[in-house]
Design a protein around this ligand. Structure first.
Ligand code: C5P
Length: 227
């Protein structure tokens, strides 16, 4: 029995693995807790859209993290294909600019309506959590997401409070860079524990290696959420 008082539904587990058996095992163990899963460039490059469809067909929430960054037409055409996969959410770079984000937003709405599929959340990447960036730079990028009226942003735990203070609930904030005091930092620079991230207003947290590099995925996830 897992501790049901923990915020399982706000956990997104990054499936940064290149073994389909391991990916299946993580999903099998954690899907019953109603967590969400992120398929990023590692698993997507290896297994393609079929991996996304395999899970979305079963009603599992998949976040397609390909961090689209291109001219508006290329971004919106790609966004439409991701929408057809019935993804729960996907990422674009806010640095692509307001025009590109609006093109993506309009295309996703059109595609979801025409095909009668759930509209995925469009999440804007600000600065990568492995990079050092000033708060002012991050807030400028969040402003682009806000102006384009997309659903949310990806930001480091350390920028959370300032983003929530300025933009209130107009944007969801999804936070990677989560580590318990027991975990290795790896390449992440701007980190916090899960509890601190939630108390600072994170709508969801993204956790990869602290869970997927352990043998007991369920216990590892429970541990991450407990700190
Ligand atoms: O293993 P770890 O917990 O560091 O994984 C974090 C995940 O979040 C990775 O899949 C990484 O690509 C992603 N991510 C990030 N920083 C961002 C956006 C996404 O770490 N700004």
């Amino acid at each position: 029995m897992t501790n049901q008082a923990l915020p399982w539904k706000k956990l997104i587990v990054a499936l940064d693995l290149n073994s389909e058996e391991e990916i299946d095992e993580v999903v099998k163990l954690l899907a019953p807790e109603k967590v969400k899963f992120k398929i990023g460039s590692i698993a997507f490059t290896k297994f393609g859209p079929e991996l996304v469809r395999k899970f979305t067909k079963k009603g599992i929430d998949i976040f397609v993290d390909l961090k689209l960054y291109d001219i508006p037409n290329t971004m919106k055409e790609t966004a439409s294909i991701i929408t057809e996969m019935a993804a729960w959410a996907f990422t674009v770079h806010t640095k692509a600019g307001e025009e590109a984000l609006i093109a993506v937003r309009d295309e996703v709405a059109k595609c979801a309506k025409e095909k009668d599929i759930r509209k995925p959340l469009i999440l804007g990447v600000t600065e990568l959590t492995s990079a050092t960036a000033s708060l002012a730079e991050v807030l400028n990028l969040v402003e682009v997401a806000h102006a384009a009226r997309i659903d949310g942003v990806i930001a480091s735990p350390q920028d959370l409070q300032a983003i929530k203070a300025k933009f209130k609930n107009a944007l969801k904030v999804i936070t990677p860079g989560i580590r318990s005091p027991l975990d290795e930092k790896g390449d992440q620079k701007r980190i916090s524990t899960a509890k601190t991230a939630f108390s600072n207003g994170a709508d969801y947290i993204v956790v990869g290696r602290p869970i997927i590099s352990r043998k007991d995925y369920l216990k590892a996830a429970e541990e991450v959420l407990s700190y």
